[in-house]
Ligand binder design. Structure first.
Ligand code: NAP
Length: 413
């Protein structure tokens, strides 16, 4: 049962989402905090909220609704309170567990916390999840973009995101160089900058567990561990080894490794666990995309792969994302604020809309997600699209952000 009643929408009483024993408990009228975002954020949020409300109402016959609760961050917050990221915002997200956000301006100048970094740390959102698949009708640079249909789980806390880095010539870098030379005989050129890449068994395995659980639940055929373990044997190689280990320990009945799978025909229904070296993986996604399904990667590999894969399906501007931990999740548009178009009702709202699809799927409202995807595909097929798609689609009619949302709603089914 929801923990507390609050909020109201069209007569419906909103309640908080809860999380127990690894499961979401979602009331019929969940309160979901949102940050509309800076620049074009308000335009795309307005469009997205309209689509979400229409899809929820349509799939539930009016039985369910979302009670949206605005929270402040970024320029809007700074203009109102002088604070780019109020404590209250973090507190509300923690309290309601699931939130969605538009893009935020990254303020220039030091001493300002990034919302994404703060959220990752405070809520321990250790998995950055980026589904990448082609939406029919979207122009793409490869011949058969529909062959790529993957979900990337990227570790979000360790590796380069640990942020342990010292400037060349700084006392910290010089002290580390001296220590490494004296204690371990490491050869490091004097005056080098130093970065440290920590990767733990705990951090790697919880990410890989999430990827395997996702593959099992969604009946995905494989999980590929992407690493650079041929060179970095203990960090990246550790990621691979810890991945195979946890698959065997926790999912022995539901998984099979690539080497075993080739020998045992009875394992076809199991999730295959395989691994690829990162550089080879970039080739594989272009040349044999249909051999990959769920991907688990350390932070930096996952960063590169996510954007490269999204570009392959022509969808960098449409790519959704979510940062997920245990019982906490924040979904977001992956593009920036596109400030030159702010307030023009012009840009494409698909990234935040598809992030909403991820959110509804995670909460178990898969029917809402499916309806929105069909609506989006229908709108694109009708060629009534925003400027970014219109300029690439022969015969398309350019429509505004809000008109595009209306076209999606028209095609919900
Ligand atoms: P950007 O806002 O993503 O914009 C770059 C270009 O991408 C735009 O000029 C536009 O291309 C296209 N674009 C972006 N969003 C679009 C949309 N919804 N529909 C259609 N086209 C879209 O990147 P930026 O100019 O480098 O960054 C601006 C601000 O956003 C910065 O303060 C940056 O730090 C911040 N940012 C925030 C996030 C986040 O909050 N997640 C992510 C990235 C950047 P055309 O000019 O070709 O039309």
């Amino acid at each position: 049962m929801p923990t507390q009643l609050e909020g109201r929408r069209g007569g419906a009483v909103g309640a908080k989402i809860d999380y127990r024993d690894g499961h979401w408990i979602v009331p019929d009228h969940p309160i979901i905090p949102f940050i509309e975002g800076d620049g074009t954020g308000p335009d795309i949020w307005r469009a997205a909220a309209k689509v979400f409300d229409a899809a929820v109402a349509r799939t539930s016959g009016g039985k369910r609704s979302v009670v949206w609760r605005e929270i402040l961050a970024g320029e809007k917050s700074f203009n109102q309170s002088g604070d780019w990221l109020p404590e209250e915002t973090l507190g509300v997200i923690r309290e309601h567990r699931v939130a969605i956000k538009g893009p935020l301006t990254t303020p220039v100048g030091g001493g300002i916390r990034s919302l994404n970094v703060a959220l990752r740390q405070v809520l321990d959102l250790y998995a950055c999840i980026r589904p990448v698949r082609h939406i029919a009708g979207v122009p793409a640079p490869v011949k058969q973009p529909a062959k790529l249909d993957i979900v990337i789980f990227r570790e979000n806390i360790e590796d380069v995101y640990a942020g342990i880095e010292y400037k060349a010539g700084s006392p910290e870098a010089d002290a580390l160089i001296e220590f490494l030379q004296r204690r371990f005989g490491a050869k490091i050129r004097a005056g080098s900058a130093i970065g440290i890449k920590p990767m733990s068994k705990f951090g790697s395995q919880r990410l890989i567990v999430k990827a395997i659980q996702y593959a099992i639940k969604r009946r995905r055929p494989s999980v590929t561990l992407v690493h650079k373990g041929n060179i970095m044997k203990f960090t990246e190689g550790g990621f691979r080894d810890w991945g195979y280990e946890v698959a065997k320990e926790r999912f022995a009945e539901q998984t099979v490794t690539e080497a075993e799978g080739a020998k045992r025909k009875e394992d076809v229904s199991k999730v295959m666990i395989k691994d690829r070296i990162a550089d080879a993986m970039f080739q594989q996604l272009v040349l044999r995309p249909d051999e990959y399904s769920v991907i688990a990667a350390p932070n930096l590999n996952g960063d590169y792969l996510s954007d490269a894969a999204a570009a392959q399906v022509g969808g960098l501007g449409l790519a959704p994302g979510g940062n997920v931990g245990d019982g906490y999740a924040v979904y977001e548009a992956t593009h920036g604020t596109a400030p030159k178009y702010a307030g023009q009702d012009k840009v494409n709202p698909s990234s935040v809309i598809l992030s909403g699809v991820m959110m509804f799927e995670e909460l178990g409202w898969e029917d809402v997600g499916r309806a929105i995807v069909r609506g989006l595909e229908g709108a694109i097929a009708s060629k009534h699209v925003t400027y970014d798609l219109a300029r690439q689609l022969p015969g398309a009619t350019e429509v505004s952000t809000s008109a595009f949302a209306d076209a999606i709603i028209e095609h919900l089914s």
